[in-house]
Write a protein that binds this ligand. Structure first.
Ligand SMILES: [Fe+2]
Length: 270
């Protein structure tokens, strides 16, 4: 994909594909210079982690900028039909022998009951995928099959009926995934001389409260805004923690009332 195409916002065709299939592959989405700066920064991050020097990822220049990367923001504005806030950014460097991840889905909701609002994960493969270390498995159209996040674990990393295996992607590729889509990482041999650079960033559509990411969202968002990631105010809303709630305090109360048909306990029903 040329840089010009990558900077256009989402086509109606792509939006429709995403809505139906639950994912959208963007080959070579990150332009090469930015991509190589990100790779360098992930190496720095790994060195910091080894030295127990833990910093918020938004405080790293390039990874911070990735969280409000303009071509992505423009696509999300179309998919979300409006505003959204960042849930988290994770960065990793997977080495040979990485154990993979069993089938799961990452939609944040407690308990899992509907898909009224959109949450997406953007998977960035900075040095692509080549069939070594781990392949991405995706089950298209699974975003609306409501199941607990870890409820698919028993399927391991085997193919499922209709699932896709993504094992060949050019460097700088991104995949926008509806967070409710079932996915896995299947371990593969090889990659001793070529670790896999992986970043995922997720965003939640405004309109409902979402379970927060950890206990430091306020601090993370403040760091992001102070670092200019809001891009002169245009994307300050991406770093707004008021769209999230802390699940811990309500868990105990909820578990007490979680019996039978929950719908009967809602005001106005029953
Ligand atoms: Fe995941």
């Amino acid at each position: 994909m040329s840089e010009a195409v990558a900077h256009e916002s989402l086509s109606a065709e792509d939006a429709k594909f995403f809505q139906q299939e639950g994912y959208l592959v963007l080959p070579g989405f990150i332009e090469p210079d930015f991509n190589s700066r990100l790779i360098t920064e992930v190496d720095e991050l790994m060195a910091h982690r080894e030295a127990k020097d833990h910093r918020h990822l938004v405080s790293y220049k390039e990874m911070g900028l990735l969280t409000s990367h303009l071509p992505l923001m423009e696509k999300l504005e179309v998919l979300m039909g409006g505003r959204f806030s960042m849930h988290h950014i994770h960065s990793a460097r997977h080495g040979a022998g990485n154990g993979g991840v069993n089938w799961h889905q990452d939609y944040e909701q407690y308990p899992q009951t509907n898909r009224s609002h959109l949450m997406v994960h953007i998977f960035y493969y900075l040095n692509g995928l080549n069939g070594e270390i781990g392949d991405l498995l995706v089950l298209p159209k699974s975003q609306n099959m409501i199941i607990a996040n870890g409820g698919l674990k028993l399927f391991g990393t085997q193919d499922l009926p209709g699932s896709l295996c993504v094992e060949d992607l050019t460097p700088g590729s991104a995949i926008i995934v509806h967070s409710g889509v079932w996915h896995a990482r299947r371990p593969k041999p090889g990659g001793e001389d070529r670790p896999r650079y992986f970043i995922d960033v997720s965003y939640c559509q405004h309109g409902v409260l979402w379970p927060a990411y950890g206990n430091h969202m306020d601090e993370i968002n403040q760091t992001a805004l102070e670092s200019g990631l809001g891009r002169d105010g245009r994307y300050d809303y991406v770093y707004d923690a008021s769209h999230f709630y802390e699940r811990g305090p309500i868990r105990e109360q909820f578990e007490k009332m979680n019996e039978g048909s929950l719908a009967l306990k809602l005001k106005g029903i029953g």
